[in-house]
Each structure stands twice: as C-alpha cells, then as structure tokens.
Design a protein around this ligand. Structure first.
Ligand code: AMP
Ligand code: MG
Length: 323
C-alpha cells in the first residue's frame, strides 16, 4: 500500500509518500515565512499554501515514481484553521479524483510515530518542541497521553518573539543557539515548572526588560540553559513515572544541539536511550503524515464529507487502531 500524506497545520505545506514498510518515497515541502514584525499571519499563510500546494503535490508524485497512491492522509489538527483547510481541500480533491480512501491524522502523533519508526524504539516518550507546541507525549493503556505541556506559549514561539524584539531574522532559534555559544555570564531567568507543566510567558516578559541592559550573548545563553532545563526536568519526571527508557526529541526546536546534549546527558544518567531525528523528519513534514496514514489505514473512509479539520485536536483524543 502506498499513502500520500499532506501536512499544512502551520507554516509548512508538505507532501510525503510512504510505503507499507515505512519507506519514504518522497518528502517535499515549502515554507511560508512570517513577516519580520509578527508571527504567522493565518491569512497570508493560507494564501501561500494555496499558491504552492499543487506544485508540491506534483513534485512529490514525480519523485516517488508512483502513478497514484492507494490512500490519502491529511493532518486535520492541531493547527491553524485557515492552513488546515487548504490541506484538507487538496486531500479531498485527490481522494475523489483517484477514488481512494481518506484518513485524518493527528499532527502531534505523526511526529511521534515517525520518530519511533526512525529510531527503532519500541515505546518511547516524546519531547515535542516546535513553534506552537511544547508537549511530552507517550503511549499508555491504549492511548497516547500528554504527560506535560506548556501552559501558554510554545518554546519556539518564545524564541521567535525574542528574535523579533532583538532584530534576529525568522526563525530565531538557530541564531539564538549561535549567540548562546558565546555567552559567558548566566543571567537569572524565571524557572516556571508547575507540576508536569511549564510556562514561558514570564520568561517572555523578563526578556523584554533584559535586552535593554544585558549583553545579547549572555541573554541567549541564559535563555537556553533555563528553558531547556525546565523541559528536561519534566521529561525526566515523565520517564520516571511511566518507567519508559527511550526518549525522542522532535519538532523544529529539536535541531538545537544544546537541547540535544542536555537530553542525552539526562538519558545516559538514567540508562535510557535517546534519539533526535534528522531535521527533515523532526520539523513539520509530509512523510510523517503519510507514514501515520499507513498505520491508521483502518480509520480511512470514502465518505469524504465526514472528514473535517479539528484545530484543537489533542493527542489523547485520538483513536489508536494500530498499537
Ligand atoms: P516547527 O514549528 O516544528 O516547524 O519548528 C519551528 C521552530 O523551531 C521555530 O520556532 C524555530 O525558531 C525553531 N528552531 C529551528 N532551529 C532551531 C535551533 N537550532 N534551536 C532552537 N530552535 C530552533
Ligand atoms: Mg509540528
């Protein structure tokens, strides 16, 4: 079985093609770049996806050397409604054209499943850190469950909004990482761990004040050390509570070498295994949707009208038919 998957939950329009055994036949994407002054503009992102969708689909089909897939998968949430609607519309068009079933996929679970497959891990905990999302998810008693998460903004959004205030171009994460390497002095930052959750809005407020008086390199260094320590702390607690000994770090922020290092050290100290997939699979992409489509094929339907977007779809609400 060949599945074509469409990702359009936020700034990426991605199309992946996967086979039964997890082989990736294509993984093509295009990125909407937010304006300098603000985050993702939903209308502009939608227009961008509408403009680029057909070319990305065409390229993925060409790269995969298939005539037509047997199944279409689409990420229907969580995400930004106007962006989600572009992917769903395209998915329905293709499914109708080829008269094949359509399956809706949860974006967060798709990150976990591609990370699990890629690492060969059996039952990992996932630390999912991206622009809009910061969550710890793992499988327990028939469901994926959220063990901890941000109570306000995603870690990536924190980094990007700090970047906008300091003139760092989007995405700010890689620039902050570079500057942080040169930081020499630790500047006190809010450390907001609340049970299994974290909060970054206090950090955002504190940063606004700090940039006026502190050296940027020191602020970047302290920002990373503090926020990443918060994330590693709740991840370690989730691993201890669930008795799991495999960790996947994924999402766009997973590209950060310092965060990877902190996760690796924590895992080594616990005798656990650690994996961070390469960026093509860690960032938003179509291949994770097509692979999750293969796994979730039992949920597929030809009643296309019944498939809709679900912008606030949480991982623990998903019916898991493949584990
Ligand atoms: P995503 O939403 O998964 O596509 O991830 C995008 C987010 O990842 C943005 O907020 C980026 O600033 C962030 N990001 C990308 N590379 C890095 C990095 N090296 N360090 C920290 N954050 C990063
Ligand atoms: Mg994502």
């Amino acid at each position: 079985m060949i599945c074509l998957g469409i990702e359009s939950t936020a700034h990426t329009f991605g199309v992946g093609v996967s086979g039964d055994w997890g082989e990736i036949l294509a993984n093509v994407k295009s990125h909407y770049k937010p304006p300098k002054s603000w985050g993702i503009d939903p209308t502009k992102a939608r227009e961008y996806h509408e403009k680029n969708a057909d070319a990305v689909i065409k390229k993925a089909i060409k790269e995969s050397h298939i005539k037509k897939p047997d199944l279409i998968a689409v990420a229907t949430g969580p995400g930004i409604p106007p962006c989600l609607l572009v992917g769903l519309k395209k998915a329905k068009e293709l499914a109708k054209k080829w008269k094949i079933p359509l399956v809706s996929v949860n974006h967060a679970i798709a990150h976990l499943e591609i990370g699990k497959f890629n690492s060969n891990f059996k039952d990992p905990i996932m630390l999912y850190v991206s622009g809009g999302n910061t969550q710890i998810i793992a499988f327990q008693e028939g469901k994926y469950r959220i063990f901890g998460e941000t109570q306000d903004i995603g870690i990536g959004n924190l980094l990007d909004s700090f970047g906008r205030k300091t003139g760092l171009d989007f995405p700010a994460g890689p620039k902050i990482e570079k500057l942080a390497k040169k930081g020499k002095k630790y500047v006190e930052m809010p450390y907001s761990v609340k049970g299994m959750d974290v909060s970054f809005s206090g950090t955002s407020t504190k940063l606004k004040k700090l940039i006026e008086k502190e050296d940027l390199e020191n602020v970047c260094y302290s920002l990373q050390e503090t926020c990443f320590a918060m994330l590693v702390e709740i991840t370690e607690r989730a691993m201890a509570h669930t008795n799991k000994n495999e960790l996947i770090l994924t999402g766009g922020v997973a590209a950060n070498k310092r965060l990877q290092e902190m996760c690796r050290i924590m895992c080594e100290e616990r005798g656990a295994n650690f994996n961070a997939p390469k960026i093509e699979l860690a960032g938003d992409n179509g291949a994770m949707i097509s692979w999750n489509g293969i796994l979730a094929r039992k949920n597929a339907t030809k009643n296309y009208e019944t498939v809709d977007i679900n912008p606030k779809w949480r991982a623990d609400e998903v019916k898991i038919t493949w584990r």
